[in-house]
Design a protein around this ligand. Structure first.
Ligand code: NDP
Ligand code: MG
Length: 379
C-alpha cells in the first residue's frame, strides 16, 4: 500500500489524484492533503478518506479544529511530518516550488504536476533530488510520456523530443480576431478540463512554452532538440526520436489520471480502471506546425530556454503577472506575449546558484512586469 500526500487536493490535478485513490483502495491510501482557501472541499475529502493531516495554505484563512497546519510554514510542516511514500504536487503556479523543495529535502518521491518547479529551478531541483535520493516522477502528460519512453529505450538512445500541443481554442482563429478574444472564449478548452491559469496558458501556447523549458531541464536536452507539433485530438501525448531516426509515441485518452497513475505505480505497470483507447474506434489523428508568428509565447520560451540564466524564471513570472492582469480585464489577450517580450528584453543573464537567487529573480521579474503594466496605464 503506497501512502500519498496530495498538495493542491482541491484543484483539477488534486481531484484526479483523489479519484485514483478512490479507484484503488487496495493499492493507495491518502496520507494528507493541502488546499489554499477551499476549506469546504478539503473537509469533504478529509471525511470521505478519513484523512487527518490537513493544511490550508492561505494566510488569511480562518482556523478550523480539524485542520492542523496553516500558511506556507504549515505546508512545510505537513510535508515534513506526514508519513508518506509519494507527494503529488498539484499546486498552481510559482507557489509550488517551495513545497517541491521541502518534499525532496525530506527524501520523498515527487509526482510533479507543478511545471513551474522545473521551469524556475530545474537544474537545482534535479541536484537536490539526486542528493536526497528522491525521485521526480513527471505528471505533466507530455513529460510523463517522454519519461516512460526514455525509461524504455534508454537515455543514450534519445536524439530529440516531440511535444504535442492541442493548439487550444484559438488554433484556427485568424490573427486579427485574436486581438479581441475574451476571457470566456479563452476558457473554452477543446480537449482538456483544467484549472483556469493553465487553460489560459493553453490558449496563448505559453503552456507549451513552459513545457519546452520543462523538457529541456527534466531530460537534459538543448532547446534545439525539443520540437512542438499541434495535435488537436490530444491522443498522442508526446514522442521521442531515437538516434536511429525512429519516432516512438505514447497514446491514450486525454485524461490526467493516466500520468498520475503512472507516477503512483512507478516503476510498475499495473492494470487500472481507466477507459482504454481504441484505435479501431474511427479515430482521426492529425498533426500540424504551430503558428509561431501568431502565438509568440512559444518562440519566446524557446529563446528563454536557449539563453538559460534567469530567462526561464522571467518568462514564467512575466506570464503569471500577465495572465492575472488578463483575468482582471486590465489587458487584452495579445498583451500577454507583449508584456512577456518586454520583460524578457531586460538582462536576465547569470545562472542562479541557489534557491534564494531563484526567488530573488522571480521577484525582480514580477516587479519588472508590473512596471510595464503601469507604463501602459493598465494598473
Ligand atoms: P487548479 O487551479 O485547478 O488547482 C490549484 C490547486 O492549488 C488548488 O488545490 C488550490 O487550492 C491550490 N493553490 C492555489 N494557490 C495556491 C497557493 N498560493 N499556495 C498553495 N496552494 C495553492 O490547478 P491545476 O490542477 O489545473 O494545476 C495545478 C498544477 O498542475 C499547475 O502547475 C499546472 O500547470 C499543472 N498541470 C495541470 C494539468 C491539468 O490538467 N490541470 C495538466 C498538467 C500540468 P484552492 O482550491 O483552495 O484554491
Ligand atoms: Mg501538459
Amino acid at each position: 500500500m503506497k501512502k500519498i500526500l496530495i498538495l493542491g487536493a482541491t484543484g483539477s490535478i488534486g481531484k484526479s489524484g483523489l479519484d485514483i485513490i478512490r479507484q484503488h483502495p487496495d493499492k493507495f491510501c491518502l496520507a494528507g492533503m493541502s488546499a489554499h482557501k477551499n476549506a469546504d472541499a478539503l473537509l469533504q475529502a478529509a471525511g470521505e478518506f478519513n484523512c487527518k493531516n490537513l493544511c490550508l495554505t492561505s494566510e488569511s484563512t480562518q482556523h478550523i479544529d480539524s485542520v492542523s497546519f496553516y500558511g506556507s510554514d504549515g505546508l512545510k510542516e505537513l510535508i515534513k511530518s506526514t508519513d508518506c511514500d509519494i507527494i503529488l504536487n498539484g499546486i498552481a503556479g510559482a507557489a509550488g516550488l517551495v513545497p517541491s523543495i521541502t518534499a525532496l529535502e525530506n527524501h520523498k518521491d515527487l509526482a510533479l504536476a507543478n511545471k513551474e518547479t522545473i521551469v524556475m529551478a530545474g537544474l537545482l531541483i534535479r541536484k537536490l533530488a539526486a542528493k536526497n535520493n528522491a525521485r521526480i516522477l513527471p505528471v505533466d502528460s507530455e513529460h510523463s510520456a517522454v519519461f516512460s519512453l526514455t525509461q524504455k529505450y534508454g537515455k543514450d538512445a534519445l536524439d530529440s523530443i516531440v511535444l504535442t500541443a492541442s493548439g487550444g481554442p484559438f488554433r484556427n482563429t485568424p490573427k486579427e480576431k485574436l486581438e479581441t478574444v475574451t476571457l470566456a472564449d479563452t476558457l473554452k478548452h477543446p480537449t482538456w478540463n483544467m484549472g483556469q491559469k493553465i487553460t489560459i496558458d493553453s490558449a496563448t501556447l505559453a503552456n507549451k512554452g513552459l513545457e519546452v523549458i520543462e523538457a529541456c531541464r527534466l531530460f537534459d536536452v538543448p532547446a534545439e532538440k525539443v520540437h512542438v507539433v499541434v495535435h488537436p485530438q490530444s491522443l498522442v501525448h508526446s514522442l521521442i526520436r531515437t538516434k536511429d531516426g525512429v519516432l516512438y509515441a505514447q497514446i491514450s485518452e486525454p485524461d490526467m489520471k493516466h500520468p498520475i497513475l503512472q507516477a503512483f505505480f512507478w516503476p510498475e505497470f499495473q492494470p487500472n480502471k481507466l477507459k482504454l483507447f481504441d484505435l479501431a474506434d474511427n479515430v482521426e489523428m492529425t498533426f500540424q506546425k504551430p503558428r509561431t508568428d501568431d502565438f509568440r509565447m512559444l518562440p519566446l520560451a524557446f529563446e528563454a530556454a536557449k539563453k538559460s540564466g534567469q530567462y526561464t524564471i522571467a518568462y514564467n513570472a512575466a506570464n503569471e503577472v500577465a495572465v492575472a492582469a488578463f483575468i482582471q480585464t486590465q489587458i487584452k489577450f495579445l498583451d500577454i506575449p507583449n508584456l512577456t517580450e518586454e520583460v524578457l528584453a531586460r538582462d536576465w543573464t547569470g545562472e542562479p546558484s541557489d534557491f534564494d537567487e531563484v526567488f530573488e529573480a522571480d521577484k525582480k521579474a514580477r516587479s519588472a512586469a508590473k512596471e510595464v503594466l503601469s507604463k501602459w496605464g493598465a494598473l
